[in-house]
Design a protein around this ligand. Structure first.
Ligand SMILES: [Zn+2]
Ligand SMILES: [Zn+2]
Length: 119
């Protein structure tokens, strides 16, 4: 089995709803978010079934050179209870999930992401 150092996961912009792909690196026991790219037209995002299958893993943290959401510039991300990852401006106490529509207060840390099958 090949050890995957890099992980790709869907990250949706919470402000604009634009789909994106987050690139994570496993390092020092964390999943560091290196950057988010806009979803390319024609590429696929994981079905909701995949999101529900998310299992806990390393805590997610932002890499030191993470430049923010490509759509709105938010400096962090959150994972909703529904499994959706979305961008989040850490200056805001709450977030809005583009996946299930829930708005809530951010708490805790993200543990694990749902890798894209093509990652
Ligand atoms: Zn955004
Ligand atoms: Zn949600």
């Amino acid at each position: 089995m090949i050890y995957k150092r890099f992980v790709l996961a869907a990250v949706t912009c919470g402000n604009t709803g634009h789909p994106g792909v987050g690139r994570f690196e496993k390092r020092d026991g964390y999943l560091l978010l290196l950057g988010v790219s806009r979803q390319r037209p024609g590429s696929t995002i994981p079905p909701d079934d995949a999101a529900r299958a998310t299992t806990d893993g390393p805590a997610v943290a932002m890499a030191a050179d993470y430049r923010g959401c490509p759509s709105c510039g938010a400096d962090n991300i959150v994972r909703c209870d529904c499994g959706h990852l979305s961008c989040w401006n850490s200056a805001q106490p709450s977030f809005h999930c583009p996946g299930c529509g829930v708005a809530g207060v951010v708490s805790g840390v993200i543990a694990g992401v749902t890798p894209l099958a093509s990652g």
